[in-house]
Design a protein around this ligand. Structure first.
Ligand code: FAD
Ligand code: SF4
Length: 441
């Protein structure tokens, strides 16, 4: 049973969604950095997809060179501040820290990272500037982590950049999708502004690229194009009753929550269907918005869930209940959803099967579907010569160049859905690939 009071003001919202990784003060950062062993060939650095020199930036913090630390971080990862807060650090850098094997608390790498990056963002310390102009122009479709990282790196390399973004804010799912107890909207947007001010790229908001004509226009006006379009809205389940009122996709629910905060209305009883990280987030968020009974329902057993254990534990700690081995067969109700009919499941010879006659209905006022995102197939089919695999992931080579040589791609559209840090890394590497391509053609 969840026990949060419904937030009625922004201040109450901030209490319910208080930050999981609050900022360290200077004393905390000094002592925490003093614990680092500055390992040779540090495993934490290998575990980070962007390979930030973690022992170096921790040493810089410890010796009072916080600005140098921020530079070390941003040079490896343009979304260094967001990643410090939203990365699953226990699975990446912190999970690889040598202290992990010694029964000693691991170094809080994410929070140290934020200590440094937050300082330069707040003080608006200019660390980067555009490179000498090459006269080449690159179009980027999508201002998510992949698109923004690609833009920053291209500007340092001296290429002009125009980003075309469907929505009205930059950073993609970082501001529209990630749970607000991991990072605030202000923190996300401040980093975006900090980068754009120094590196001077243009973002055209509310400017979706959807038609073949728009694509041809980009091909005519730009020397190369980067696709950082991510993956799409929540996929449909194909269940009877799915079109009833009060049935919503998790991605759409979370976007509304991030944009409206306490103004979003949550009913008392919520069912969240799914077993991935997005399902865990939607469930924890429903509880923190004041729903009294939030039930996570997953069709297999607990160990088969795709979600990280820490995300599941966090949802349970937020007051969420869970139910395993039940799959939805129908959304019930009259015009509006009043419950979900499930059938129990079990595994026979490695295959999930429904148990005949085991149907039951769980009542609710809201159904949140967290069962995967639809892909960008329609949009991508407008681009000649682009190869996608059977899961609609764009195929790229080592330089993140697609099978149409003028196009490069990275982030969720290529990896099928990973983390912000992967998008940031792939966007940066694609920019280096584009630079190589532009120097050859
Ligand atoms: C609910 C949820 C929670 C998550 N939580 C975490 C987390 O805690 N930590 C973490 O590291 N990762 C998390 N992720 C994953 C992370 O957000 C993504 O991996 C990352 O944002 C991918 O970056 P991207 O740039 O590839 O795509 P996106 O962030 O999706 O950005 C793509 C951008 O392209 C724009 N776009 C799309 N099509 C077009 C078009 N045709 N024309 C113009 N613009 C277009 C979109 O509007 C969007 O701004 C979460 C994801 C979800 C869905
Ligand atoms: S593994 Fe841990 S102790 Fe070693 S350098 Fe990385 S953070 Fe420091």
């Amino acid at each position: 049973m969840a026990e949060y009071t419904r937030p009625k003001t922004e201040a109450e919202f901030e209490v319910n969604f208080s930050q999981k990784k609050p900022l360290m003060n200077a004393t905390e950062a000094f002592y925490e950095s003093s614990r680092c062993l500055f390992c040779y060939d540090a495993p934490c650095m290998h575990a980070c997809p962007t390979h930030i020199d973690i022992p170096l930036f921790i040493k810089q913090i410890h010796t009072g060179n916080t600005i140098g630390a921020a530079e070390t971080i941003f040079e490896a990862n343009w979304l260094g501040n967001a990643c410090g807060k939203v990365c699953p650090t226990t699975e990446l850098c912190e999970g690889s820290c040598v202290y992990e094997n010694q029964n000693v608390p691991v170094i809080q790498i994410g929070r140290l990272q934020n200590f440094a990056t937050d300082k330069v963002i707040k003080e608006n310390k200019k660390l980067f500037s555009p490179g000498k102009s090459t006269g080449k122009k690159v179009a980027i479709v999508g201002a998510g982590p992949a698109g923004i990282a690609c833009a920053c790196e291209l500007r340092v390399l001296g290429h002009e950049v125009d980003i075309f973004e469907a929505k009205e804010k930059p950073s993609g799912l970082t501001v529209y999708g990630i749970a607000p107890y991991k990072i605030t909207n202000k923190e996300v947007l401040d980093e975006m502004e900090y980068l754009q001010e120094q590196l001077d790229y243009t973002i055209h908001y509310n400017h979706a690229i959807t038609t073949k004509e728009q694509i041809q226009e980009l091909e005519t006006n730009y020397d190369a194009i980067f696709l950082g379009v991510g993956i799409g809205p929540t996929a449909t389940l194909g269940l009877p009753g799915e079109d009833k009122d009060d049935v919503i996709g998790a991605v759409e629910f979370i976007e509304e929550l991030r944009m409206k905060h306490h103004e979003i209305q949550i009913p008392d009883t919520v069912i969240v269907i799914g077993g991935g990280n997005t399902a865990m987030d939607a469930a924890s968020e429903s509880a923190k918005l004041g729903a009294k009974q939030v039930t996570l329902v997953y069709r297999r057993d607990k160990d088969s869930m795709g979600a990280y254990a820490f995300e599941y534990n966090y949802s349970i700690a937020s007051g969420v209940d869970s139910l395993f081995n039940a799959t939805p067969v129908e959304i019930v109700g009259n015009g509006k959803a009043t419950g979900v009919k499930f059938v129990k499941t079990h595994v026979v010879d490695g295959k999930l099967e429904s148990i005949d006659g085991s149907e039951f209905v769980l009542d609710c006022d809201l159904v949140i579907k967290a069962t995967g995102q639809a892909k960008q197939g329609n949009f991508l089919s407008n681009i000649d010569g682009l190869t996608v695999d059977r899961r609609t992931k764009i195929q790229v080579n080592d330089q993140y160049q697609t099978t149409n040589p003028k196009y490069f791609a990275g982030g969720d559209a290529v990896n099928g859905g990973a983390e912000v840090v992967n998008g940031a890394y792939e966007g940066k590497m694609a920019a280096i690939g584009i630079d190589l391509y532009l120097n050859i053609v």
